[in-house]
Design a protein around this ligand. Structure first.
Ligand SMILES: NC(=O)C1=CN([C@@H]2O[C@H](COP(=O)(O)OP(=O)(O)OC[C@H]3O[C@@H](n4cnc5c(N)ncnc54)[C@H](O)[C@@H]3O)[C@@H](O)[C@H]2O)C=CC1
Ligand SMILES: O=C(O)[C@H]1O[C@H](OP(=O)(O)OP(=O)(O)OC[C@H]2O[C@@H](n3ccc(=O)[nH]c3=O)[C@H](O)[C@@H]2O)[C@H](O)[C@@H](O)[C@@H]1O
Length: 447
């Protein structure tokens, strides 16, 4: 008989994981504490924008033509406990307010609620990103609370999906990492991740702390690559070099690789920034803070990029205050193909200029609702063209395809001045310059 799966927390990670598990053929029951999310998902609507997720959902939620009906939703912990053989915990682990450390309260609450309802043999699988050492404590919570006793146990299975590619990354991961304490846990996870998902995919079996560390070290490495190239951008800026050419040239070395070397306003989102900070905080708690002091520099280079974009805009506008200047901002989300504005560098830059008196108008293909919620005082336009109308400068801050495909000549007709600042090094400078625009980007020569 096929395993029955539950997913706790239906955000970016959990909703995708639940739909993907149904796609693999499992019966899936997903729970969230937010009623509106559950109601949306039951209607086949995703609470967030993620390419391909709605289609996947509707293939498996009952009520849609040809759907398998394998994916259901609930808010009832007892139903979850009675249903699942394997429970994936996908709740949020944000940065604590006013601290670097990770806020574990959502994971602790979810695992506490779940454990109390584990009335039959079950494997609880943590997928949230947590500080090393967390799984050990959570295993003790399960042992203390689960009515099933020793038949309920914990495993840790970190997730590496990228927003914007969540469905693809979940169905075709480049590796699966599991931290386990028993052969049974390993066997169950091998069964979950058997073909087609697991075919040819490296399956790394390890202990709890290594599994937890794999996740935070992977994100730290990615953050380091981005801050490295942004430091090189500053060197290029100071010396007249071109960071895009530099990235291409060093990237031909396989040991370095071309990916994650796009200089610009830096990394944001609900993961990289908070994960490197939580990692530093944990190092401190373990008494080895010096091991990760380099991450402080990675973080500070990253945060500096946002301010440098603001200064680039100021200089390009002739220096002095932004007061009375009209600025169009293209992009609000932390990356393209997502509606996620958590710690978005684009909104941060827009907000800084707004707070310095600039008249900022923002347009984003999918992030407008979320942006309005967290930054209600900015002005918003319904299209790139409307945002650019009458602007003294255009800031390209999230590299949506829609922006790469803009016609610079047509846009030039509505702008007050043809000044484009590319905060993502993603537009074609030659194209914009040919249409009469002054093109500026971080770490690239002026002409
Ligand atoms: N978003 C991403 O691309 C990835 C996220 N992660 C990690 O996955 C975890 C979740 O991240 P997201 O999905 O982005 O967060 P999210 O905030 O989008 O989703 C978390 C969900 O958990 C729910 N929740 C909170 N407490 C709960 C509880 N006690 N019981 C049941 N549900 C509860 C929330 O209502 C929310 O819907 C985090 O640890 C994150 O670091 C890992 C890889 C990728
Ligand atoms: O732990 C997580 O949640 C996830 O965090 C990141 O995924 P994600 O946050 O979706 O986005 P990325 O594609 O990593 O981009 C992060 C930020 O870095 C920026 N970035 C990326 C690449 C680059 O070359 N330059 C650059 O500035 C992006 O614009 C974005 O703001 C990791 O890539 C995932 O593997 C991981 O699972």
């Amino acid at each position: 008989m096929s395993l029955k799966i539950t997913v706790i927390g239906t955000g970016y990670l959990g909703a995708t994981h639940a739909a993907a598990m149904a796609e693999l053929g499992f019966e899936v029951l997903a729970l969230d504490v937010v009623k509106e999310k559950i109601e949306m998902l039951e209607r086949g609507e995703t609470p967030m924008y993620e390419p391909g997720l709605e289609e996947l959902l509707r293939r498996h939620v009952a009520g849609f033509e040809g759907s398998t009906g394998r994916l259901r939703f609930t808010q009832d912990w007892a139903e979850v406990g009675a249903f699942g053989d394997v429970h994936f915990v996908c709740v949020n682990t944000p940065q604590k307010h006013g601290e670097y450390a990770c806020d574990m309260s959502y994971v602790e609450s979810a695992i506490g609620s779940l454990a109390a309802h584990l009335t039959r043999p079950a494997l609880v699988v943590g997928k949230s990103t947590v500080p090393v050492g967390s799984a050990d404590g959570l295993a003790r919570t399960i042992a203390a609370l689960a009515p099933a006793g020793a038949d309920a146990e914990l495993a840790w299975n970190p997730e590496f999906l990228r927003e914007g590619f969540a469905v693809q990354d979940t169905l075709h991961p480049d590796r699966i990492v599991v931290g386990v304490r028993s052969e049974r846990a390993e066997r169950l996870l091998r069964e979950v991740y058997a073909t087609p998902l697991g075919e040819g995919t490296p399956f790394v079996v390890t202990d709890f702390p290594t599994a937890e560390l794999v996740k935070t070290s992977a994100n730290s490495f990615l953050a380091t690559k981005i801050s490295f190239i942004n430091a090189m951008a500053e060197m290029c800026e100071a010396s007249g070099g071109d960071v895009a050419k530099l990235a291409e040239a060093i990237g031909y070395d396989d040991r370095i690789g071309k990916k994650f070397l796009r200089a610009g306003i830096g990394f944001g989102g609900g993961c990289l920034p908070k994960d490197i900070r939580a990692f530093m905080a944990r190092a401190g708690e373990l008494g080895v803070d010096q091991a990760l002091t380099f991450l402080r520099e990675i973080d500070s280079i990253n945060m500096r990029q946002r301010g440098q974009m603001v200064e680039l805009a100021r200089q390009a506008l002739g220096g002095g205050p932004f007061l009375g200047r009209r600025i169009a901002v293209l992009g609000a989300t932390f990356k393209p193909d997502s509606d996620d504005v958590r710690d978005s560098p684009a909104l941060n830059v827009a907000g800084q200029i707004h707070l310095q008196g600039g008249q900022v108008t923002v347009y984003d293909p999918k992030g407008m609702d979320n942006a309005r919620r967290i930054f209600p005082t900015l002005a918003y336009a319904d299209s790139a063209r409307e945002a650019v109308r009458g602007a003294d400068a255009v800031l390209h801050l999230t590299e949506w395809r829609e922006f790469r495909e803009l016609d610079p000549a047509a846009l030039g007709e509505v702008a007050a001045a043809r000044l484009i600042l590319d905060g993502r090094n993603a537009l074609d400078p030659a194209l914009w310059r040919a249409a009469g625009w002054t093109y500026r980007a971080m770490g690239r020569p002026t002409a």
